[in-house]
Design a protein around this ligand. Structure first.
Ligand code: HEM
Length: 183
């Protein structure tokens, strides 16, 4: 994945646990400590190794870290100058989720080797959505839960997210998203 992703993992770890912990995680992962370049594509293996090593060093399950990472990604990309781009694709959570594929297509203009996920959103009630997550990568469903929570915060909404089924059924992950206005 692009260096931007690995740098966001680094930013999450450093902001919560400090530089020394990041150095230990990099060492445990066997990943070169020189630093990542945001616009350069790295093998997916690098990201998976970093998450695996972070899980071992911090003693937290990979799923918990991926969820925290998803939430952090929304803040991190906004700080890296992608906030305006995100704002162009929807003024509400519902609208934005419907535009996620268009947004990643737009992102792909700057990141030509992007292999983005794909999402299908359906209304399943007045404040309930069903979201299909299609990906060529394994194991990232917990990240989607965090992304949805981070997005909701950005729209001053609150969400309850249920992972209805994994990709072993139908080839995609399905989420049920309940939207509430934030108190
Ligand atoms: C402007 C904001 C965003 C940017 C710049 C961005 C960019 C990226 C990049 C660079 C990757 C790595 C893929 C690769 O290197 O091939 C990625 C992956 C991903 N993005 Fe986005 N993204 C943004 C917002 C979002 C949002 C809001 C969601 C919400 C659901 C999302 C969902 C994902 C997921 C789940 C992946 C993991 C890859 C996979 O499943 O195969 N992204 N994105």
């Amino acid at each position: 994945m692009y260096g931007l992703v690995n740098k966001a993992v680094e930013d999450l770890v450093v902001s919560r646990y400090g530089e020394d912990m990041w150095a230990r995680i990099q060492e445990q992962a066997g990943v070169d400590a020189v630093g990542f370049v945001s616009m350069e594509a790295y093998p997916d293996e690098v990201t998976y190794k970093l998450v695996g090593a972070a899980s071992e060093v911090l003693g937290r399950p990979p799923a918990a870290l991926l969820e925290a990472f998803g939430e952090h990604w929304i803040l991190y990309t906004a700080r890296q100058g992608y906030g305006e781009l995100m704002a162009m694709f929807g003024a509400s959570m519902r609208e934005f989720l419907g535009n996620l594929d268009n947004m990643h297509t737009r992102v792909g203009l700057s990141f030509p080797q992007l292999r983005p996920p794909s999402f299908v959103v359906r209304d399943a009630g007045p404040r309930t959505l069903e979201l299909e997550y299609h990906s060529r990568r394994e194991g990232l469903a917990p990240m989607v839960v965090g992304l949805l929570k981070g997005l909701a915060r950005g729209f001053s909404e609150e969400v309850a997210v249920e992972h209805v089924h994994g990709r072993d059924r139908d080839g995609f992950d399905l989420f049920r998203v309940e939207l509430q206005a934030a108190a």
